[in-house]
Write a protein that binds this ligand. Structure first.
Ligand SMILES: Nc1ncnc2c1ncn2[C@@H]1O[C@H](COP(=O)(O)OP(=O)(O)OP(=O)(O)O)[C@@H](O)[C@H]1O
Ligand SMILES: [Mg+2]
Length: 341
């Protein structure tokens, strides 16, 4: 935490730290939701943002109130005033392969290859090739500066790890040729902190915390990938008045409760307190085991999250980022040519 008077992290600087942010984590922890919030936060900071959806049916477009994404980029949230546009697209291995073959002068055979299911044969022969095709496309988007920030909504569960580790596996399996070159390029992207970082998402619960810790070490140690702050999603925030007796509070406010209401309110308050105590214990475990900064996002009590909720989470993320400790003094920013004497 930042002490009073100390300089906090500037959200714009935070967002510009690496051009590609891969949002990863266990299934269902809120990767897609956090990807949307991060993109919206960046847009509010004036950065054009492209969200890349790797899995079909992620619910990403719905969060922005838009129809499902396709391989062709589309707008998820228009620019307005100082707010930049959020765009989105999918990257599927089939489409990425088609594009790759066409870019390499193999247009005629490419359609037939994909339509005859050759992709499945190839990916059985060299596991990880689909992931390389997807990440290869992300790399070319990054190279062509497709947006100020590219947010990748990574695949679910353990697959996110396989997804990223497959690059190394493929480099070992395929030692020469275009696939090797592609894997090398992708690895270069993944291991360059200025170009790419991973934002791990977790929930304040035992298993997700364990998995986040394991994933963090695997990604850093085995892949050498740089990690942004870990996002703890779905936090129950402190509620004022949670410890007040509902019947007494109703009396004080001059409200008459119906039979059973005081008990129901007391039950809800007790659940909330219990949940908060559990989450505090998990946050402590996370801090002990994972020595990287963390930011928290609130649990929103809504049946279906939409654009308004994404905005709430984007604002919360921004607030959290500003409370992070500033970077240590031993890694001062490189002075820009204007400020160099
Ligand atoms: N902060 C939050 N408050 C309330 N609900 C949330 C929050 N974050 C996520 N959810 C809900 O939890 C569910 C899972 O979220 P989401 O789809 O973002 O997770 P995911 O990690 O992308 O899942 P998958 O692994 O299936 O891709 C969704 O129904 C989403 O609306
Ligand atoms: Mg998802």
């Amino acid at each position: 935490m930042v002490s009073p008077g100390e300089e906090a992290v500037d959200p714009g600087q935070f967002l510009r730290a690496s051009r590609v942010v891969i949002v990863a984590g266990k299934g269902g922890v809120g990767k897609t939701t956090v990807a949307a919030a991060l993109a919206r936060m960046a847009a509010r900071q004036g950065l054009t943002t492209l969200i890349v959806q790797v899995e079909q049916a992620s619910g990403l477009a719905r969060l922005f109130g838009r129809p499902p994404l396709t391989y062709i980029e589309s707008s998820l949230a228009p620019a307005a005033g100082t707010i930049a546009e959020v765009r989105g697209r999918t990257i599927t291995p089939d489409d990425a392969l088609l594009e790759y073959l066409e870019d390499h002068g193999l247009r005629r055979i490419s359609r037939r290859l994909v339509s005859t299911g050759a992709m499945d044969v190839v990916s059985t022969a060299a596991p990880g090739i689909k992931d390389i095709l997807i990440l290869g496309k992300v790399k070319s988007l990054e190279r062509s500066e497709a947006a100020d920030l590219i947010v990748v909504d990574a695949p679910a569960a353990g697959h996110a790890i396989t997804f990223l580790l497959s690059v190394r596996g493929l480099l070992d399996a395929v030692r020469v040729g275009p696939i090797n070159a592609q894997a090398r390029d992708v690895l270069e992207l993944l291991t360059d902190p200025v170009r790419c970082s991973v934002m791990l998402v977790t929930l304040p619960e035992e298993t997700p915390v364990n998995e986040a810790v394991e994933t963090a070490f695997t990604l850093e140690d085995r892949l050498g990938i740089s990690l942004g702050p870990v996002v703890v999603n779905g936090l129950y925030l402190p509620l004022p008045g949670l410890d007040v007796d509902p019947a007494e509070a109703a009396d004080a406010a001059g409200v008459t409760l119906r039979p059973g209401e005081a008990e129901a309110l007391a039950g809800a308050a007790s659940f909330h307190r219990h949940r908060q105590a559990l989450q505090e214990a998990q946050l402590e475990r996370l801090d002990e085991r994972l020595p990287i900064p963390r930011v928290g996002l609130p649990f929103l009590f809504a049946a279906d999250l939409g654009p308004a909720h994404v905005d709430v989470l984007a604002a919360a993320l921004r607030d959290e980022v500003t409370t992070l400790d500033p970077p240590p003094p031993e890694t001062p920013p490189v002075p820009s040519p204007e400020t160099t004497p």
